[in-house]
Ligand binder design. Sequence first.
Ligand code: THG
Length: 291
Amino acid sequence: MHTVLSSPSKNVTIGADQPFCIIGERINPTGRKKFQEQLRSGDLSAIETDVAAQVAGGAMVLDVNMGLPLVDEADLLARAVRLVQSLTDLPLCIDSSVIEALTAGLAAYEGKALVNSVTAEVERMDIIFPLVKKYGAAIICLPNDEHEIPEDPARRLELVAVIVAAAERHGVPLEDVLIDPLAMPIGADTSLVVKTLETIHLIKEKYGLNTTLGASNVSFGMPDRHAINATFLPMAATVGLTSAIMDARTPAINTAIKAADLLLGNDDWGSNWITAHRARQAAENAASANA
Ligand code: THG
């Protein structure tokens, strides 16, 4: 099962036999007061720094979320998509819960985007799947509906069945459907992350679909978040997670997932691992020569 995303000049393939796909989470105003104020006044310039830092960190896809109250999210998201595409050739993940904003983002995007996201509610899927089809995009689907965010992995899997049925009904190929098994903060309840891991395993066994999740959610509210994120991602990759919306700027987290690629057999001859090591060494040598 391969999900191929694209920009005008680049393809990125997500799959169980591929290096883990790092989707940079940073272009998102949630919890960033200054960025929120800038966006409200129409100033998108901070996005330039966010793109550069995530590209340098090794992001393979960039999530773009412009969700904040009291703005024209559709207009803002379309502008952000155009700006990010002028700065990088990485494919984008268009992140909104507002259907008009997803539509505007897709219309502005050049290439095959990843839509983020739709819930397992039939009424919403009946609007969003045709949109995904029209624009030839891929989509992240969440196994929760209007009634519940289920904790039980078996119940989440039942909602995955509802999603798969809707995708088939609308003629969206299953390789373009990613499931988000729902990642919850470990600080809220220490049994929740194990349930996410079980859900990933069940989805892989039953459907073989690609998966993604908001990895930083797991450490939300805890001290030493980077260490938790750097441990969680290899655990999730081991049970079958194929991508994550994650902090692409922190070397300890990226190194952990690259080591997982190597150890899980998704880095042939260890060439990615060795190339990254040599690049770091060269950067260190250049820095000390300039000191
Ligand atoms: N699933 C899917 N999409 C998602 C999520 C998910 N999109 C949004 C979110 N969850 C994933 N993105 C983020 C982005 C940032 C953070 C967490 C998840 C984060 N940010 C710091 C904070 O709030 O503490 C920013 C702080 C700062 O820089 O000031 O943790 O689950 N499909």
